[in-house]
Design a protein around this ligand. Structure first.
Ligand code: F6R
Length: 611
């Protein structure tokens, strides 16, 4: 996590850096800092958000044409002014920002302490910076060489930006495991954890790869590997507008992103799904159809909300394609020596494409010969580049920390993928294939109709916002939606919530039920409907409060429920794309009614680039 920004060129650096940091605050907001070079280094930093720093440095000298800035998600050392980045080296002549974790920092710190170094922060980053300075002084080499030597010694993940008084036009940058994008302008360069800080200045960017080092000057971008060999920078054209990363009149990014879903799902289907012609076009699937349809097993690797999308995909792929599927938490998969055989396919699901656990899990599986198919939102991200093939979700930048539109994009892609494989394999009837194509095509319109009717959800949110616990229950395709509803509520309202398969409730969680417990049933019409209605009765009999998400026209569930919200009918495979929408809104309304900054809930960051 952590967001980093850098600028060197003819413009004033500070406004570019501060605006960039605001756009990257989704990556962390424990502290903020900038370092500017103009007749010496000026470093300003503060615990808290970018706005706190801005307030704190009114009246200070901010004039400079080169600088770096950082917004922190704390790992080593509590959020505080002294642990904020940029850090300054012992001589005071170097300033550095870092995103990642230096795993062997303790050992290096000891070595430096034995040489007489003192540290002013608890961070691993300050250790790396002084290590670099120490190498430069001892080896009498230039800074670039010192960075190279230091990075060969460290283990862990990093994206670093360094500026030095001795070379006041140059930013030295390097990455391993944490993202870095360099924007190429005329007589200027921009650096960022993603492209958002540079959007209004350039559409030409270079995605820096692991183990690459960049020497960035206003007129020059030199890329090298750690062996000091030059690499030709590969320039990519950005297909993103500034409006995509602004709130556009909504109070929060999360609300904007929930309401964008009719168009983001449409964008995901566009050019791929043609229900009238009965076709799905997905180059990543078509080019690898033999591998996919003959897979002995599919393993889905993801975290959080993306993992929930993976669980639904498990049900859909097994049902339609008759291929065994396992869904793995990336953080478990990477450490437990999993058996990956030739003929297995790994589907990686990630909004950011930068989640450290997912990325490392994939690197290991790839090294063992696995075929990786990426379902990713962020174009050009590390997971997208690591995958052998893939399909973007085309949901646009997701900035609210709680994932919403990326999730429905993932479901749309995974459904299309499953349909395409099933068709090629002959495991789906022509009628059902066509029905699902038609239904997928109707999803954006149905989502739009759900979003027209939010008053009832606001009322339900107000009624239950003071509850201490929530239970979310669902069966079949709606079970992962129950998990997702519970996760959303937890992260942006701080209310304890658990998601469970509805039938599993009686094996334990039912003991929690009393008149104070709201239980949300995701109970749309499907092949399990009668069973879940019985589960509602079981909760009602124990005086629990039943809130049901049901299909329009269901006359039974409302008679058992305290509160209901109806959504349009859909085949059970497609229903999760609809049933998740009221749960996203419910958590949004509860969170905002409780006065929580739902775009930046405590302790969280959008892109989890640490283990
Ligand atoms: C929840 C949420 C997280 C992410 C998880 C994976 O709202 O956003 O649980 O889903 O951190 O992130 P990606 O999809 O970027 O790999």
């Amino acid at each position: 996590m952590c967001g980093i920004v850098g600028y060197t060129g003819h413009r004033e650096a500070y406004p570019i850096i501060i605006t960039g940091l605001k756009r990257l605050e989704y990556r962390g907001y424990d502290s903020t800092g900038v370092a500017l070079l103009n007749n010496g280094l000026k470093v300003y930093k503060k615990k808290g958000r970018v706005a706190d720093l801005e307030e704190n440095i009114i009246g200070k000298d901010l004039h400079a044409h080169i600088g770096i800035g950082h917004t922190r998600w704390a790992t080593h050392g509590e959020p505080s002014d002294r642990n904020a980045h940029p850090h300054q080296s012992a001589s005071g002549k170097l300033a550095m920002i870092h995103n990642g974790i230096i795993e062997n920092y303790a050992q290096i710190k000891k070595e430096l302490e034995n040489k007489g170094y003192h540290f002013t922060s608890d961070t691993d980053s300050e250790v790396l910076l002084n290590f670099i300075e120490d190498i430069q002084q001892n080896n009498e080499c230039d800074l670039e060489e010192a960075v190279r030597v230091a990075l060969k010694r460290v283990t862990g993940a990093y994206c670093i930006l360094l500026i030095a008084e001795e070379d006041p036009n140059t930013i030295i940058a390097a990455r391993k495991g944490s993202p870095l994008v360099i924007g190429v302008g005329k007589g200027e360069h921009f650096l960022g954890s993603d492209a958002s800080p540079m959007l209004e200045y350039t559409k030409e960017v270079v995605y820096v790869n692991d183990y690459e080092l960049a020497i960035v000057r206003p007129d020059e971008l030199i890329l090298k590997n750690l062996g000091n060999e030059k690499i030709t920078p590969f320039i990519t054209k950005l297909d993103m507008e500034l409006a995509a990363i602004e709130k556009g009149g909504y109070e929060h990014f999360m609300l904007k992103e929930i309401f964008e879903q009719p168009s983001t799902i449409q964008d995901c289907l566009r050019g791929r799904l043609n229900a009238a012609a009965g076709t799905i076009t997905m180059a990543g699937v078509e080019n690898n159809i033999e591998q996919l349809k003959n897979a002995n097993r599919i393993m889905i690797v993801a975290c959080g909300t993306s993992w929930h999308a993976g669980l639904i995909a498990e049900y859909v792929i097994e049902e339609l394609c008759r291929i065994p599927v396992e869904v793995e938490y990336a953080s478990e998969f990477r450490y437990r020596n999993p058996i990956v055989n030739k003929g297995d396919v790994i589907i990686a699901i990630s909004q950011s494409g930068e989640t450290a656990d997912t990325l490392v899990a994939l690197e290991r599986a790839k090294a063992n010969g696995a075929f990786i198919f990426g379902v990713v939102n962020a174009v050009g991200s590390s997971i997208a580049r690591l995958s052998h093939a893939g399909a973007y979700t085309h949901s646009g930048p997701e900035i609210g920390v709680a994932s919403t539109k990326a999730f429905t994009g993932q479901l749309a892609v995974l459904n299309m993928m499953a349909l395409k494989i099933a068709k090629a394999k002959g495991t789906i009837t022509d009628e059902y294939y066509q029905q699902l194509l038609n239904e997928l095509q109707d999803v954006p319109e149905k989502v739009a109709s759900i979003l027209k009717n939010t008053d009832e959800l606001q009322r339900i949110a107000a009624k239950y916002k003071d509850a201490h616990d929530f239970l979310f229950l669902g069966r079949g395709y709606n079970f992962p939606i129950a998990l997702e509803g519970a996760l959303k509520l937890k992260e942006i309202s701080y209310i304890h919530a658990e998601g469970y398969p509805a039938a599993e409730m009686k094996h334990g969680p039912i003991a929690l039920v009393d008149e104070n417990l709201p239980v949300v049933f995701v109970a749309t019409k499907d092949s399990y409907h009668e069973k879940i209605v019985s589960n509602m009765q079981e909760i009602k009999a124990r005086k629990g409060k039943v809130i049901s998400i049901i299909t329009e026209g269901d006359l039974v569930s409302p008679t058992i429920s305290d509160d209901v919200f109806s959504i349009p009918p859909a085949d059970e495979l497609i229903a999760p794309l609809l049933s998740v929408i009221p749960l996203q809104l419910l958590s949004y309304y509860v969170g905002t009614l409780k006065g929580i900054d739902v775009d930046k809930p405590r302790n969280l960051a959008k892109s989890v680039t640490v283990e």
